[in-house]
Structures are given as C-alpha cells and as structure tokens.
Write a protein that binds this ligand. Structure first.
Ligand SMILES: Cc1ncc(C[n+]2csc(CCOP(=O)(O)OP(=O)(O)O)c2C)c(N)n1
Ligand SMILES: [Mg+2]
Length: 240
C-alpha cells in the first residue's frame, strides 16, 4: 500500500488539507443526491477522487491569482473560494448562486477569491489563463494564473497554441493536467499513443513535473516550490 510522506507538514496544515477535501467530497455527494431527486436540473460533473490537487495548490495561491477550471470544477471552485453556499445555490439555479443562478454547475466564477471562471467547452479556459498571465506580466505583478484541464483537453488544438505562446513569452502560468485516463467513455490509450501527457509540455519546452494526484502531502510540498518559482518567473524556463 502506498504510504504518503507527511514529514515537514504541520498538523494544522494536514488538518486543513483533509478538512477542505472532505468539504468538497461531501458537497458533491449532496449535489449528486439532488441531481438524483431532480431538484438540481443542470448537468453536473463530479470531481470525486480529484480533490487533492486543487486543495494542495490553493494553499499556495491568493485572491490576486487567477484559477480557471473546466466542465468538472466544483473541486477547483471550492478549493479557491470555500463558497459551498454559492456553489449549491448555483446548481439549484438560484439568484444567490455564484453566477446568479444563470450558469449552473459548469459556469462558476468568483473573481474576488481568485477563481477566474470555468466553462464546459473542453480546453476553452487554457488560453484565457494564458491571457490573464500575460496581463499579470505586463503589469509587473507577482500573481500567477492556473489552468486546470483534463487529459481530453490535450486533444484540442488550442492547448498547443497556448503552450507555444506561454513558453515563448515566458508567462507566469501553471498548467495542471488532471489525467484521470478517461475522456467521456474512452480510455486514453484508445485515443492517444501514450497514457502520460507530459510529452506535450516537453514538445513546447515547458518545464513539467508528473505527480500522484491522490497524494495531497506530496502535492502540497511540490506545488509550493513550483508556485514560488513561477511567481519569480523561474519555472517555465526552457529546457536545455
Ligand atoms: C470542445 C468540446 N468538445 C467536446 C465536448 C464534450 N465533452 C464534454 S466532457 C468531455 C471529455 C473531457 O475529458 P477530459 O478533458 O479528460 O476531462 P474529464 O471529463 O476526464 O475530467 C467531452 C469530450 C466539449 N464539452 N467541448
Ligand atoms: Mg479525463
């Protein structure tokens, strides 16, 4: 059995990480129940099992940063905002929702907390994150942008255009591929010649690291270093 190395993390930090992951899991279980009962009518994609990466990353971000999500972003939204009520109201179509009840599960936003938005079009927020990073760079800010996306998004042309531009312009953006091996019903090996997506970063001379998305302590430690470097413009350096 894989045992997570929790050395160097205080009990406060570990408690906070676990607490946040449980809030996300329980909120999504509630949402699933309400979809089943018909109270929630918008399409909902759950992120069960994908809580650790956004929770660990959000620990190193502030509301001046900008996180962009996908069709499956309850986890990204809650990790950044802690806004359970805004998410639940949104899925119920209420005006008190984070998008005033007009967006539903797949159109979440809360810029005051650093969540720049999620949309259902696969790959669509990746260039938006790069655009935010460009604005941050032009304004000499120390903020960073984050684009979460699935393995399926690596099959969209826009991601490769964005990687090229981000690498060339050395933008302060962190691309996070949550590779759950599936896009809809198809396993990645039925769609691509390899199951790891890091080759796309390599192809654009973007620095990368491949991490176990279920190991929150590892993610916390590694992402702390990476975010710190991106803030100083020292991570997205071209590989020799
Ligand atoms: C441009 C575009 N093409 C197709 C779809 C339909 N679609 C919705 S989710 C999905 C699969 C996405 O897979 P992945 O990016 O791996 O994310 P996951 O669902 O695994 O989190 C597809 C093809 C879409 N929303 N947008
Ligand atoms: Mg996937």
């Amino acid at each position: 059995m894989h045992c997570s190395d929790i050395s160097g993390l205080s009990s406060d930090t570990l408690f906070r990480l676990l607490h946040k992951m449980l809030i996300i899991r329980e909120t999504e279980e509630w949402i699933a129940q309400k979809v089943g009962s018909g109270d929630i009518k918008c399409p909902c994609h759950l992120a069960v099992g994908q809580e650790a990466a956004p929770v660990a990353l959000s620990e190193h971000l502030t509301e001046s940063d900008r996180v962009y999500g996908t069709h499956r972003s309850h986890n990204h939204y809650l990790a950044m905002t802690d806004d359970v009520e805004g998410l639940i109201s949104e899925t119920l179509g209420k005006e008190s929702g984070c998008s005033k009840g007009m967006g539903g599960s797949q159109h979440l936003i809360k810029e005051s907390k650093g969540f720049g938005g999620s949309v259902p079009i696969v790959g669509a927020t990746i260039p938006i994150a790069a655009g935010a990073a460009l604005a941050m760079k032009m304004r000499n800010m120390s903020s960073i942008a984050v684009a979460f996306f699935g393995d399926g998004a690596t099959e969209e042309g826009v991601i490769h255009e964005t990687f090229n531009m981000a690498a060339k312009m050395q933008l302060p953006v962190c691309f996070v591929c949550e590779n759950n091996l599936f896009a809809s019903h198809l396993h990645i090996l039925q769609r691509q010649p390899a199951s790891s997506t890091v080759r796309f970063a390599r192809a654009h001379n973007i620095n990368y690291i491949q991490l176990d998305g279920n190991d929150v302590a590892l993610l916390y430690r590694k992402l702390k270093l990476i975010v710190g470097k991106i803030r100083k413009n020292a991570f997205l350096t071209l590989l020799k």
